[in-house]
Write a protein that binds this ligand. Structure first.
Ligand SMILES: [Cu+2]
Length: 151
């Protein structure tokens, strides 16, 4: 009888400890990377022939760097973590443009002066090109950037 009681008490403590660990987020896959992740809001402008990003994620987990104006062939880069939910707010400052990331099935149209919101989860790691899908002049082939998704 005492042995059964000991087993029941041990099992109860194990269940409670697991519940507590899950509740306060002790397991690594609960923290930031992997499932769950953070909401990363990115304000982006698009124009002939570049994408520019503004703002910093409050936790510092995402990094944005605009293409330096002096180097039109350097790509604007956005670095996020796997599992983050990316909310991109894209505004065209001049003519119609488009925005696509093939690997994430994203393809939107950006009318001049309007802000278009794109939301997706960065489910896979890697380096992905985002690019303009509307022919917008001679620099159109260079109207692109890089999304880096880190583990
Ligand atoms: Cu364009």
């Amino acid at each position: 009888m005492r042995r059964i009681l000991a087993i029941v008490v041990t099992a109860t403590i194990a269940v409670m400890a697991t519940y507590l660990a899950l509740t306060i987020g002790l397991f690594p896959e609960q923290r930031g990377m992997g499932q769950g992740g953070e909401n990363v809001v990115i304000d982006m402008t698009t124009k002939q022939w570049r994408f520019d990003v503004e703002g910093v994620n409050p936790s510092g987990s995402a990094k944005f760097s605009s293409n330096p104006p002096a180097d039109r062939f350097a790509d604007t880069t956005i670095t996020v973590r796997k599992g983050d939910t990316i909310i991109l707010r894209i505004k065209s400052l001049d003519v119609p443009h488009g925005f696509a990331i093939e690997e994430f099935g994203i393809n939107v149209f950006n009318p001049p002066g309007e802000t278009v919101e794109v939301k997706f989860v960065a489910r896979q790691t890697g380096s992905f090109t985002f690019f303009c899908t509307v022919f917008c002049g001679t620099g159109h082939p260079n109207h692109k950037g890089v999304l880096m998704v880190q583990a």
